[in-house]
Design a protein around this ligand. Structure first.
Ligand code: GLA
Length: 436
């Protein structure tokens, strides 16, 4: 994938000061995408749409098990200037590909592994058009699009879901599908259907077997809220998350350690969960309650060679769903996030990380060092976020301690000989929609 990111390793200044990846303002995003569009296609776009990356507060590797997740939308977004065409051609450009416009035919493209396979980031964009039609929501006309994103690439912050969501709200509008509504008045049921097409693009066209949390976050989150997502029913609830008024901040640490969802590790975890569910006679692991857990683990332990591995994976999933339920209940109790309540929230984040580290085994040294350093520097709680095996961590910190915690992480990385991390301020932001 090769579209613009303001925080690509190349653009990160080499210094011992923490580097904060900036989010483009709406004006900057519109200007950058529109300029690239005009320069490439020689006319004006029909509009500019944007969609956020996400961080997940808690509820990791639960989505494809039908459990709960609690993501927020980031201020960092993919911006897309797009113009509808009257034929079935798709032309795409990003800052890194401006020399060679990619041209695709909507009637020729198809899933990964077929002759119509679409490569690189184009799969996320063209794949959405393809999936809308496969899902019976189309027909969709061809289009020209210019992309400009400030969601860090490969940082576990859903840069690909942001791309899919920006595409789907743009295509919804220029094809009069009438599903997304507006940012101010979103049509949540319609957006849930668009999520399905985005997930299909990611699973079938890009070949990443992800679970849907990222696309739901980008399309269904609300500003100032975390999204309680029930991944079995698709139901959502908006959980108020006004960290600033509680004097807190959610610091994202982008480890810059390589993270990819199309290599084998993510798929292997998902396959292990599916195998365990089948051995336990359930469709999804969410059906195993915390009370049933000891018995379920005993059965898995005795199930064969990979029994001990399945025990760890299932223990993570079942306890993580309960931690998510507990954090949602805590955040929804109407009291300020301070004192005991803050300590309990932090402890849930910490426990989530430990479970991902030792039971799900999807952290890496960069993630563990970031989390340990943040905690030691005063974070109330910290954990990896997203798929893991690299990517990002989050730390719940006092707003006036952000710099201090970031410095401590930079220092720990220097001691370990890791490359410099980057940081983001995760302010719960608005979902995908039209800008102009
Ligand atoms: C990635 C996937 C999501 C989810 C998370 C782990 O971000 O895209 O679907 O499975 O990992 O919670």
């Amino acid at each position: 994938m090769s579209y613009a990111s303001t925080s690509s390793p190349e653009s990160t200044p080499a210094s011992h000061e923490p580097f904060f990846s900036p989010a483009l303002t709406a004006e900057e995003g519109v200007a950058a995408a529109t300029e690239l569009f005009r320069e490439t296609f020689g006319c004006d776009p029909d509009g500019v749409w944007h969609a956020p990356g996400r961080v997940n507060v808690i509820g990791e590797h639960t989505d494809y098990n039908g459990g709960l997740a609690l993501p927020i939308a980031l201020p960092h977004r993919a911006h897309m200037a797009l113009r509808r065409r009257e034929d079935r051609t798709i032309r795409l450009v990003s800052p890194q590909t401006r020399e060679t416009i990619d041209v695709l035919d909507l009637d020729q493209i198809g899933p990964k592994g077929t002759p119509g396979e679409v490569r690189h980031w184009n799969a996320y964009v063209a794949g959405v058009a393809w999936a809308l039609e496969q899902d019976g929501l189309g027909p969709v006309a061809g289009f020209d699009a210019a992309l400009y994103s400030c969601v860090p690439l490969g940082g576990g912050l859903s840069s690909s879901a942001a791309l899919e969501a920006a595409t789907v709200v743009a295509l919804d509008e220029v094809n009069d599908l009438g599903l997304a509504g507006t940012v101010e008045e979103p049509d949540d049921a319609g957006r849930a259907r668009l999520v399905h097409s985005c997930v299909r693009a990611e699973n079938e066209m890009a070949g990443a077997p992800t679970g849907g949390m990222d696309q739901s976050a980008s399309l269904r989150c609300q500003e100032g809220h975390a999204l309680e997502l029930d991944c079995r029913t698709g139901e959502v609830a908006q959980v108020p998350l006004d960290l600033a008024s509680a004097g807190l901040a959610l610091l994202v640490i982008d480890t810059k350690a390589k993270h990819s969802l199309v290599d084998g590790q993510y798929g292997a975890r998902r396959a292990a969960c599916e195998k365990a569910a089948s051995l336990l006679g359930v469709d999804l692991l969410v059906e195993v309650s915390p009370t049933d857990l000891p018995q379920a683990l005993a059965r898995l332990e005795a199930s064969g060679e990979d029994g001990p591995e399945l025990v760890k994976r299932v223990r993570h999933v079942v306890t993580e769903i309960q931690r998510t339920r507990d954090l949602v209940a805590l955040l929804s109790d109407g009291r300020e996030l301070s004192g005991d309540k803050l300590a309990q929230a932090g402890a849930l984040l910490d426990a989530s990380h430990e479970s991902l580290r030792y039971d799900y085994e999807c952290t890496c040294p960069e993630l563990d060092v970031a989390v340990d350093a943040a905690r030691a520097a005063g974070a109330h709680g910290a954990r990896m976020t997203g798929g893991g095996f690299g990517g990002s961590a989050i730390a719940l910190v006092d707003a006036d301690a952000v710099e201090q915690v970031a410095r401590a992480v930079v220092a720990a990385y220097e001691r370990e000989g890791f490359g410099a991390p980057a940081f983001l301020d995760a302010l719960p932001s608005a979902p995908a929609g039209r800008l102009v």
